[in-house]
Write a protein that binds this ligand. Sequence first.
Ligand code: NMN
Length: 276
Amino acid sequence: NKTLNEKNEQLGEILSGMGRVLIAFSGGVDSSFLLKRAQQELGDDVLAVVVASELFRNEEFDGAVKLAENMGVRVLKTEMKELENPAIAANTPESWYHSKKMLYSRLNNLAEEMGYPYVLDGMIMDDMDDFRPGLKARTEEGARSVLQEAGMYKQEIRELSKQLDVPVWNKPASCSLASRFPYGTKINREKVSQVNEAELFLIKLGFEMVRVRYHENVARIEVTEDKIADFLVKREQIQMKLVSLGFDYVSVDLKGYRTGSMNEVLPKEQMETEIG
Ligand code: NMN
């Protein structure tokens, strides 16, 4: 069993051996740590690619660009229109694969054009236990998850990020807005914007960890358990706002926030064949 220092050293060796790297940069905890370590090892031979996507918040794109720029890393912005691909808009478990395929093939093209031999992402050990049909695309496209290669877990990355003064060490996990929709519910710009606006409103009200799950005219809101009481105090304004955004009924999920709640209704066999 490696200590955290040993893992971090191993990560450094992997990175410095790569020479020049392109990093898929989201501005989240994991890819920010990766970007920082890559810069420490490789200096100017690091390119952060930030994707403006139809399935992620604009605020996250802006935050990622700023963060990389503040670090003094070279940034390349690119745009993806996932919803133009019907296999993604259909929002099936395979849609995760198609989204990631679009992402990694774009990154590979950019890397080739600009002379970067390696494409890296910020996947970590914890991601392996999740239901992630998209992982296959990473492997097919040959991107490297060096934090995984070094055996790093979320807790460890937060700890090292804090030591290195990476400003987002404590940021909650964010995810494609497609995760708010039941599998088989087709998604489009309007629906994505509806859940996005609802979540932004709730975040401003103080519910930092929140998901607004879209069940047609019903919103099923997940906030962390410790916030449910506070949520009920503010229920009237929440109800009004979400109705103004297009929901007819606004509900709170008594189980509270947890990641992957849309996977809970998938048949077990499907989860097992598609995990990892
Ligand atoms: O935290 P929520 O909103 O529930 O989203 C997380 C879920 O989204 C995960 O459990 C996973 O099923 C899905 N997801 C899949 C991929 C992938 O396949 N690459 C990536 C990110 C999220």
